[in-house]
Write a protein that binds this ligand. Structure first.
Ligand code: GUN
Ligand code: ZN
Length: 431
Protein backbone atom coordinates (compact mmCIF):
# COMPACT_ATOMS: atom_id res chain seq x y z
CA UNK A 1 0.00 0.00 0.00
CA UNK A 2 1.22 3.51 -0.85
CA UNK A 3 1.24 6.20 1.82
CA UNK A 4 -0.96 9.15 0.92
CA UNK A 5 0.90 12.43 1.36
CA UNK A 6 -1.51 15.09 2.57
CA UNK A 7 0.44 17.79 0.74
CA UNK A 8 0.15 16.07 -2.67
CA UNK A 9 -2.85 17.01 -4.78
CA UNK A 10 -3.70 16.06 -8.36
CA UNK A 11 -6.44 17.88 -10.30
CA UNK A 12 -7.98 16.43 -13.45
CA UNK A 13 -9.40 18.68 -16.17
CA UNK A 14 -8.75 20.50 -19.45
CA UNK A 15 -5.56 22.52 -18.79
CA UNK A 16 -5.11 25.80 -20.66
CA UNK A 17 -2.28 28.32 -20.33
CA UNK A 18 0.38 30.11 -22.41
CA UNK A 19 4.04 29.50 -23.12
CA UNK A 20 4.59 32.86 -24.88
CA UNK A 21 2.63 35.94 -25.93
CA UNK A 22 0.10 35.10 -28.67
CA UNK A 23 0.30 37.30 -31.76
CA UNK A 24 -2.51 39.84 -32.36
CA UNK A 25 -5.21 38.35 -34.56
CA UNK A 26 -3.99 34.72 -34.49
CA UNK A 27 -6.84 32.39 -33.64
CA UNK A 28 -4.43 29.50 -34.02
CA UNK A 29 -1.40 30.24 -31.89
CA UNK A 30 1.68 28.23 -30.94
CA UNK A 31 1.71 30.18 -27.66
CA UNK A 32 -1.39 28.33 -26.43
CA UNK A 33 -0.86 25.17 -24.42
CA UNK A 34 -4.01 23.07 -24.18
CA UNK A 35 -3.88 19.63 -22.56
CA UNK A 36 -7.33 18.10 -22.73
CA UNK A 37 -8.14 15.79 -19.84
CA UNK A 38 -4.80 15.90 -18.03
CA UNK A 39 -3.75 15.76 -14.40
CA UNK A 40 -2.05 18.75 -12.81
CA UNK A 41 0.24 17.74 -9.95
CA UNK A 42 0.63 20.01 -6.92
CA UNK A 43 2.96 19.56 -3.95
CA UNK A 44 3.13 21.94 -1.01
CA UNK A 45 1.12 24.53 -2.94
CA UNK A 46 3.44 24.49 -5.95
CA UNK A 47 2.79 22.94 -9.36
CA UNK A 48 5.22 20.08 -9.96
CA UNK A 49 4.02 18.59 -13.22
CA UNK A 50 1.20 17.57 -15.55
CA UNK A 51 0.44 14.20 -17.12
CA UNK A 52 -2.19 12.35 -19.12
CA UNK A 53 -2.32 9.32 -16.83
CA UNK A 54 -3.90 9.10 -13.41
CA UNK A 55 -1.28 9.50 -10.65
CA UNK A 56 -0.78 6.79 -8.02
CA UNK A 57 -2.40 6.58 -4.61
CA UNK A 58 0.15 8.85 -2.97
CA UNK A 59 -1.80 11.75 -4.51
CA UNK A 60 -5.09 13.09 -3.24
CA UNK A 61 -7.19 13.33 -6.41
CA UNK A 62 -9.86 15.78 -7.42
CA UNK A 63 -11.64 14.94 -10.63
CA UNK A 64 -12.74 17.99 -12.65
CA UNK A 65 -12.99 16.03 -15.90
CA UNK A 66 -14.89 18.01 -18.53
CA UNK A 67 -14.09 21.34 -16.84
CA UNK A 68 -11.59 24.02 -17.82
CA UNK A 69 -8.59 24.68 -15.58
CA UNK A 70 -6.97 28.10 -16.05
CA UNK A 71 -4.31 29.97 -14.09
CA UNK A 72 -5.93 32.25 -11.49
CA UNK A 73 -6.62 35.65 -13.01
CA UNK A 74 -4.49 38.68 -12.19
CA UNK A 75 -6.46 41.93 -11.93
CA UNK A 76 -3.83 44.64 -12.37
CA UNK A 77 -6.01 47.58 -11.35
CA UNK A 78 -8.92 47.54 -8.94
CA UNK A 79 -10.12 49.68 -6.01
CA UNK A 80 -11.04 47.91 -2.75
CA UNK A 81 -13.14 50.76 -1.27
CA UNK A 82 -15.23 51.19 -4.41
CA UNK A 83 -17.30 47.99 -4.26
CA UNK A 84 -20.20 49.96 -2.91
CA UNK A 85 -20.17 52.56 -5.71
CA UNK A 86 -20.10 50.01 -8.53
CA UNK A 87 -22.90 50.84 -10.96
CA UNK A 88 -23.31 54.53 -10.00
CA UNK A 89 -25.43 56.42 -12.49
CA UNK A 90 -24.86 59.29 -14.77
CA UNK A 91 -21.34 60.78 -14.63
CA UNK A 92 -17.94 60.93 -16.30
CA UNK A 93 -14.70 60.50 -14.37
CA UNK A 94 -14.24 63.81 -12.51
CA UNK A 95 -17.89 64.14 -11.42
CA UNK A 96 -17.99 60.43 -10.60
CA UNK A 97 -15.01 60.86 -8.27
CA UNK A 98 -16.56 63.86 -6.51
CA UNK A 99 -20.11 62.58 -6.26
CA UNK A 100 -19.66 58.89 -5.47
CA UNK A 101 -16.08 57.73 -5.03
CA UNK A 102 -14.50 60.21 -2.64
CA UNK A 103 -17.44 60.02 -0.18
CA UNK A 104 -17.23 56.20 -0.19
CA UNK A 105 -13.48 56.28 0.45
CA UNK A 106 -13.93 58.62 3.44
CA UNK A 107 -15.62 55.77 5.32
CA UNK A 108 -12.34 53.83 5.35
CA UNK A 109 -10.88 56.28 7.87
CA UNK A 110 -12.45 53.92 10.42
CA UNK A 111 -10.06 50.92 10.70
CA UNK A 112 -12.92 48.53 11.50
CA UNK A 113 -14.73 49.66 8.35
CA UNK A 114 -11.50 49.29 6.34
CA UNK A 115 -11.03 45.73 7.65
CA UNK A 116 -14.60 44.73 6.83
CA UNK A 117 -14.23 46.29 3.38
CA UNK A 118 -10.98 44.41 2.72
CA UNK A 119 -12.50 41.05 3.75
CA UNK A 120 -15.52 41.57 1.51
CA UNK A 121 -13.32 42.67 -1.37
CA UNK A 122 -10.77 39.83 -1.17
CA UNK A 123 -13.48 37.17 -0.93
CA UNK A 124 -15.22 38.76 -3.90
CA UNK A 125 -11.99 38.64 -5.94
CA UNK A 126 -11.61 34.92 -5.23
CA UNK A 127 -15.28 34.26 -6.02
CA UNK A 128 -14.65 35.94 -9.39
CA UNK A 129 -11.64 33.76 -10.21
CA UNK A 130 -8.98 36.37 -9.42
CA UNK A 131 -6.15 35.07 -7.23
CA UNK A 132 -3.69 37.98 -7.58
CA UNK A 133 -4.27 41.70 -7.84
CA UNK A 134 -2.77 45.17 -7.87
CA UNK A 135 -5.11 47.13 -5.64
CA UNK A 136 -5.86 50.69 -4.62
CA UNK A 137 -6.59 51.07 -0.92
CA UNK A 138 -7.54 54.54 0.35
CA UNK A 139 -5.41 57.39 1.68
CA UNK A 140 -5.69 55.83 5.13
CA UNK A 141 -2.82 53.66 6.28
CA UNK A 142 -5.25 51.25 7.98
CA UNK A 143 -6.91 50.43 4.65
CA UNK A 144 -3.61 49.19 3.17
CA UNK A 145 -2.87 47.26 6.37
CA UNK A 146 -6.27 45.59 6.21
CA UNK A 147 -5.68 44.50 2.61
CA UNK A 148 -2.21 43.12 3.36
CA UNK A 149 -3.42 41.21 6.39
CA UNK A 150 -6.50 39.87 4.61
CA UNK A 151 -4.44 38.73 1.61
CA UNK A 152 -1.86 37.04 3.86
CA UNK A 153 -4.65 35.14 5.63
CA UNK A 154 -5.86 33.87 2.23
CA UNK A 155 -2.37 33.16 0.83
CA UNK A 156 -3.00 35.58 -2.05
CA UNK A 157 -0.40 37.37 -4.16
CA UNK A 158 -1.35 40.99 -3.53
CA UNK A 159 0.23 44.32 -4.35
CA UNK A 160 -1.22 47.44 -2.77
CA UNK A 161 -0.33 50.65 -1.02
CA UNK A 162 -1.77 53.60 0.79
CA UNK A 163 -3.07 56.19 -1.69
CA UNK A 164 -1.07 59.42 -1.96
CA UNK A 165 -3.28 62.51 -2.39
CA UNK A 166 -2.47 65.86 -0.83
CA UNK A 167 -4.67 68.22 -2.88
CA UNK A 168 -7.93 68.49 -4.84
CA UNK A 169 -9.70 66.05 -2.57
CA UNK A 170 -12.20 66.58 0.26
CA UNK A 171 -11.38 66.85 3.95
CA UNK A 172 -10.62 63.48 5.46
CA UNK A 173 -9.13 62.24 2.20
CA UNK A 174 -5.92 64.27 2.00
CA UNK A 175 -2.52 63.48 3.47
CA UNK A 176 0.60 65.64 3.47
CA UNK A 177 4.09 64.92 2.21
CA UNK A 178 5.70 64.32 5.61
CA UNK A 179 3.01 62.09 7.09
CA UNK A 180 2.57 60.20 3.81
CA UNK A 181 6.28 59.45 3.59
CA UNK A 182 6.27 58.18 7.17
CA UNK A 183 3.23 55.95 6.51
CA UNK A 184 4.76 54.54 3.31
CA UNK A 185 8.06 53.78 5.03
CA UNK A 186 6.29 51.94 7.83
CA UNK A 187 4.07 49.92 5.48
CA UNK A 188 7.03 49.02 3.25
CA UNK A 189 9.02 47.78 6.23
CA UNK A 190 6.14 45.71 7.55
CA UNK A 191 4.70 44.24 4.36
CA UNK A 192 6.84 44.59 1.22
CA UNK A 193 8.30 41.20 0.33
CA UNK A 194 6.61 39.49 3.27
CA UNK A 195 5.25 36.19 1.94
CA UNK A 196 3.32 36.98 -1.23
CA UNK A 197 2.80 40.68 -0.52
CA UNK A 198 4.31 43.61 -2.40
CA UNK A 199 4.11 47.34 -1.81
CA UNK A 200 3.06 49.77 -4.52
CA UNK A 201 3.81 53.47 -4.22
CA UNK A 202 0.26 54.60 -5.02
CA UNK A 203 -0.11 58.03 -6.57
CA UNK A 204 -3.86 58.42 -7.13
CA UNK A 205 -3.32 60.54 -10.27
CA UNK A 206 -1.37 63.67 -11.15
CA UNK A 207 -4.15 66.15 -10.19
CA UNK A 208 -4.39 64.99 -6.56
CA UNK A 209 -0.68 65.19 -5.73
CA UNK A 210 1.44 68.33 -5.41
CA UNK A 211 4.75 68.34 -7.29
CA UNK A 212 6.39 67.91 -3.86
CA UNK A 213 4.43 64.75 -3.19
CA UNK A 214 5.18 63.37 -6.67
CA UNK A 215 8.89 63.99 -5.98
CA UNK A 216 8.63 62.13 -2.66
CA UNK A 217 6.95 59.19 -4.43
CA UNK A 218 9.72 59.15 -7.03
CA UNK A 219 12.36 59.15 -4.29
CA UNK A 220 10.69 56.10 -2.68
CA UNK A 221 10.87 54.27 -6.02
CA UNK A 222 14.50 55.22 -6.57
CA UNK A 223 15.45 54.03 -3.09
CA UNK A 224 14.12 50.50 -3.71
CA UNK A 225 13.78 49.13 -7.24
CA UNK A 226 11.71 46.20 -6.01
CA UNK A 227 8.77 48.48 -5.16
CA UNK A 228 5.80 48.75 -7.50
CA UNK A 229 4.19 52.04 -8.53
CA UNK A 230 0.53 52.36 -9.49
CA UNK A 231 -1.45 55.33 -10.74
CA UNK A 232 -3.99 56.49 -13.34
CA UNK A 233 -3.02 57.90 -16.73
CA UNK A 234 -4.87 59.74 -19.51
CA UNK A 235 -8.28 58.21 -18.90
CA UNK A 236 -10.68 61.03 -19.72
CA UNK A 237 -10.40 64.16 -21.87
CA UNK A 238 -11.42 66.63 -19.15
CA UNK A 239 -8.87 65.00 -16.85
CA UNK A 240 -6.14 65.33 -19.49
CA UNK A 241 -6.99 69.04 -19.96
CA UNK A 242 -6.84 69.57 -16.21
CA UNK A 243 -3.39 67.94 -16.00
CA UNK A 244 -2.19 70.19 -18.84
CA UNK A 245 -3.29 73.26 -16.85
CA UNK A 246 -1.80 72.00 -13.57
CA UNK A 247 1.55 71.02 -15.10
CA UNK A 248 2.17 73.51 -17.93
CA UNK A 249 5.85 72.55 -18.22
CA UNK A 250 5.23 68.88 -18.84
CA UNK A 251 5.20 67.66 -22.46
CA UNK A 252 2.26 65.37 -21.73
CA UNK A 253 0.32 63.73 -18.90
CA UNK A 254 2.76 60.81 -18.92
CA UNK A 255 5.68 63.24 -18.76
CA UNK A 256 4.47 64.43 -15.33
CA UNK A 257 5.20 60.94 -14.02
CA UNK A 258 8.44 60.66 -15.99
CA UNK A 259 9.78 63.90 -14.50
CA UNK A 260 8.99 62.65 -10.99
CA UNK A 261 10.90 59.40 -11.57
CA UNK A 262 7.79 57.24 -11.36
CA UNK A 263 8.16 55.29 -14.61
CA UNK A 264 9.99 51.99 -14.33
CA UNK A 265 9.57 48.24 -14.88
CA UNK A 266 7.20 47.87 -11.96
CA UNK A 267 4.97 50.79 -12.83
CA UNK A 268 1.30 49.97 -13.50
CA UNK A 269 -0.63 52.80 -15.16
CA UNK A 270 -4.38 52.39 -15.50
CA UNK A 271 -6.18 53.33 -18.74
CA UNK A 272 -3.67 55.10 -21.01
CA UNK A 273 -6.34 56.01 -23.55
CA UNK A 274 -5.32 59.53 -24.58
CA UNK A 275 -1.64 58.99 -25.46
CA UNK A 276 0.52 59.95 -28.42
CA UNK A 277 3.34 57.96 -30.00
CA UNK A 278 6.01 59.73 -27.93
CA UNK A 279 4.16 58.60 -24.78
CA UNK A 280 3.97 55.06 -26.13
CA UNK A 281 7.70 55.00 -26.87
CA UNK A 282 8.41 56.26 -23.34
CA UNK A 283 6.25 53.54 -21.77
CA UNK A 284 8.14 50.97 -23.85
CA UNK A 285 11.55 52.42 -22.92
CA UNK A 286 10.72 52.37 -19.22
CA UNK A 287 9.26 48.84 -19.30
CA UNK A 288 6.04 50.09 -17.69
CA UNK A 289 2.64 48.51 -18.29
CA UNK A 290 -0.82 49.86 -18.96
CA UNK A 291 -3.67 48.20 -17.07
CA UNK A 292 -6.41 48.28 -19.69
CA UNK A 293 -9.79 48.64 -17.97
CA UNK A 294 -12.42 48.22 -20.68
CA UNK A 295 -15.59 47.90 -18.60
CA UNK A 296 -14.68 51.11 -16.75
CA UNK A 297 -13.80 52.91 -19.98
CA UNK A 298 -17.17 52.02 -21.50
CA UNK A 299 -19.18 52.68 -18.34
CA UNK A 300 -17.65 56.11 -17.64
CA UNK A 301 -17.57 56.96 -21.35
CA UNK A 302 -13.81 57.54 -21.13
CA UNK A 303 -12.71 56.35 -24.56
CA UNK A 304 -11.47 53.41 -26.63
CA UNK A 305 -8.00 52.06 -25.78
CA UNK A 306 -5.71 51.68 -28.81
CA UNK A 307 -4.30 48.20 -28.17
CA UNK A 308 -2.61 47.73 -31.59
CA UNK A 309 -0.57 50.92 -31.09
CA UNK A 310 0.53 49.60 -27.68
CA UNK A 311 1.76 46.45 -29.43
CA UNK A 312 3.61 48.53 -32.00
CA UNK A 313 5.49 50.55 -29.34
CA UNK A 314 5.69 47.87 -27.83
CA UNK A 315 4.64 48.19 -24.20
CA UNK A 316 2.93 45.64 -21.96
CA UNK A 317 -0.84 45.65 -21.66
CA UNK A 318 -2.58 43.77 -18.88
CA UNK A 319 -6.29 43.47 -18.17
CA UNK A 320 -8.04 45.08 -15.24
CA UNK A 321 -11.52 45.51 -13.82
CA UNK A 322 -11.08 49.00 -12.31
CA UNK A 323 -14.08 48.38 -10.08
CA UNK A 324 -15.93 50.61 -9.07
CA UNK A 325 -15.53 52.52 -12.39
CA UNK A 326 -15.61 49.05 -13.90
CA UNK A 327 -18.80 47.04 -13.69
CA UNK A 328 -17.57 43.55 -12.75
CA UNK A 329 -14.70 41.99 -10.79
CA UNK A 330 -15.01 38.98 -13.07
CA UNK A 331 -12.25 39.21 -15.69
CA UNK A 332 -14.06 37.23 -18.42
CA UNK A 333 -16.73 39.98 -18.31
CA UNK A 334 -13.95 42.50 -18.80
CA UNK A 335 -12.44 40.44 -21.64
CA UNK A 336 -15.75 40.64 -23.44
CA UNK A 337 -15.78 44.41 -22.96
CA UNK A 338 -12.20 44.54 -24.26
CA UNK A 339 -13.37 42.68 -27.36
CA UNK A 340 -16.19 45.21 -27.85
CA UNK A 341 -13.82 48.17 -27.40
CA UNK A 342 -11.59 46.80 -30.18
CA UNK A 343 -14.64 46.00 -32.33
CA UNK A 344 -15.68 49.66 -32.11
CA UNK A 345 -12.21 50.58 -33.36
CA UNK A 346 -12.50 48.17 -36.30
CA UNK A 347 -10.12 45.66 -34.69
CA UNK A 348 -10.64 42.14 -33.35
CA UNK A 349 -9.31 40.86 -30.02
CA UNK A 350 -8.73 37.11 -29.89
CA UNK A 351 -9.58 35.07 -26.81
CA UNK A 352 -5.85 34.26 -26.67
CA UNK A 353 -4.68 37.87 -26.38
CA UNK A 354 -7.43 38.62 -23.86
CA UNK A 355 -6.74 35.58 -21.67
CA UNK A 356 -3.00 36.11 -21.89
CA UNK A 357 -3.38 39.71 -20.68
CA UNK A 358 -5.20 38.43 -17.58
CA UNK A 359 -2.70 35.64 -16.81
CA UNK A 360 0.82 35.16 -18.16
CA UNK A 361 1.03 38.62 -19.75
CA UNK A 362 0.14 40.38 -16.50
CA UNK A 363 2.52 38.16 -14.53
CA UNK A 364 5.43 38.87 -16.90
CA UNK A 365 4.71 42.59 -16.87
CA UNK A 366 4.76 42.54 -13.05
CA UNK A 367 8.05 40.60 -13.18
CA UNK A 368 6.28 37.72 -11.41
CA UNK A 369 6.25 35.25 -14.32
CA UNK A 370 8.13 32.61 -12.33
CA UNK A 371 5.46 32.60 -9.63
CA UNK A 372 2.05 33.23 -11.20
CA UNK A 373 0.15 33.37 -14.47
CA UNK A 374 0.67 29.81 -15.71
CA UNK A 375 0.36 26.09 -15.02
CA UNK A 376 4.04 25.14 -15.23
CA UNK A 377 6.18 23.25 -12.76
CA UNK A 378 7.61 25.67 -10.21
CA UNK A 379 4.71 28.11 -10.33
CA UNK A 380 2.33 28.60 -7.41
CA UNK A 381 -0.83 26.50 -7.66
CA UNK A 382 -3.08 29.56 -8.08
CA UNK A 383 -5.75 28.30 -10.44
CA UNK A 384 -9.44 28.15 -11.16
CA UNK A 385 -11.74 25.44 -12.42
CA UNK A 386 -14.47 26.72 -14.73
CA UNK A 387 -17.56 25.14 -16.22
CA UNK A 388 -17.24 25.33 -19.98
CA UNK A 389 -20.91 26.23 -20.11
CA UNK A 390 -23.79 26.88 -17.74
CA UNK A 391 -27.39 26.78 -18.82
CA UNK A 392 -29.00 25.56 -22.04
CA UNK A 393 -27.92 28.46 -24.29
CA UNK A 394 -24.24 28.29 -23.35
CA UNK A 395 -24.35 24.48 -23.47
CA UNK A 396 -25.73 24.51 -27.01
CA UNK A 397 -23.13 27.10 -28.06
CA UNK A 398 -20.33 25.07 -26.51
CA UNK A 399 -21.48 21.88 -28.22
CA UNK A 400 -21.50 23.64 -31.60
CA UNK A 401 -17.88 24.86 -31.36
CA UNK A 402 -15.65 23.27 -33.98
CA UNK A 403 -12.19 24.29 -32.86
CA UNK A 404 -10.45 25.44 -29.70
CA UNK A 405 -10.45 29.19 -30.25
CA UNK A 406 -14.14 29.16 -31.12
CA UNK A 407 -14.88 27.22 -27.95
CA UNK A 408 -12.77 29.42 -25.67
CA UNK A 409 -14.06 32.62 -27.28
CA UNK A 410 -17.67 31.51 -26.71
CA UNK A 411 -16.73 30.70 -23.10
CA UNK A 412 -15.17 34.17 -22.68
CA UNK A 413 -18.31 35.76 -24.14
CA UNK A 414 -20.84 33.84 -22.05
CA UNK A 415 -19.05 32.97 -18.80
CA UNK A 416 -19.19 34.85 -15.53
CA UNK A 417 -18.52 34.04 -11.88
CA UNK A 418 -21.36 31.49 -11.89
CA UNK A 419 -19.15 29.32 -14.12
CA UNK A 420 -16.49 29.19 -11.40
CA UNK A 421 -16.45 25.66 -9.96
CA UNK A 422 -13.39 25.98 -7.71
CA UNK A 423 -10.59 28.39 -6.95
CA UNK A 424 -7.24 27.31 -5.48
CA UNK A 425 -4.65 29.64 -3.99
CA UNK A 426 -1.22 28.07 -3.44
CA UNK A 427 -2.90 24.68 -3.69
CA UNK A 428 -5.56 25.46 -1.05
CA UNK A 429 -9.16 25.43 -2.10
CA UNK A 430 -10.64 28.85 -1.30
CA UNK A 431 -13.95 28.74 -3.20
N1 GUN B 1 -8.62 58.59 -11.54
C1 GUN B 1 -8.33 59.00 -10.29
N2 GUN B 1 -8.94 58.23 -9.37
C2 GUN B 1 -9.63 57.31 -10.06
C3 GUN B 1 -10.48 56.23 -9.65
O1 GUN B 1 -10.72 55.98 -8.47
N3 GUN B 1 -11.04 55.50 -10.65
C4 GUN B 1 -10.79 55.76 -11.96
N4 GUN B 1 -11.36 54.98 -12.89
N5 GUN B 1 -10.02 56.77 -12.36
C5 GUN B 1 -9.44 57.53 -11.41
ZN1 ZN C 1 -8.86 53.12 -11.13
Amino acid sequence: MTMRHAHRLALRGDLLDFTAAPAWGDTESPAVRFDRDHWLLIEEGVIVGRQATEPDGSWARKDHAGQLILPGFIDTHVHCPQLEVIGSYGTELLDWLARYTFPAECAFADPARARAGAELFLDALLASGTTAAVVFATVHKASAEALFEGAAARGMRLITGKVLMDRHAPDGLRDDVVQAERDCAELITRFHGRGRLGYAVTVRFAPTSTPEQLAMAGALCRADASLYMQTHLAENRAEVDWVRRLFPDARSYLDVYERAGLLHERAVLAHGIWLDDADRRLLAARGAQVAHSPSSNLFLGSGLFDWPSANAAPFNVSLASDVGGGTSLNLPRNMLDAYKVQALRGERLTAWVALHAATRGAAEALRLGGEIGGLSAGQAADLCVWDWARGPVAEARDAAARELHERVFAWMTLADERNLAACYVAGQRRV
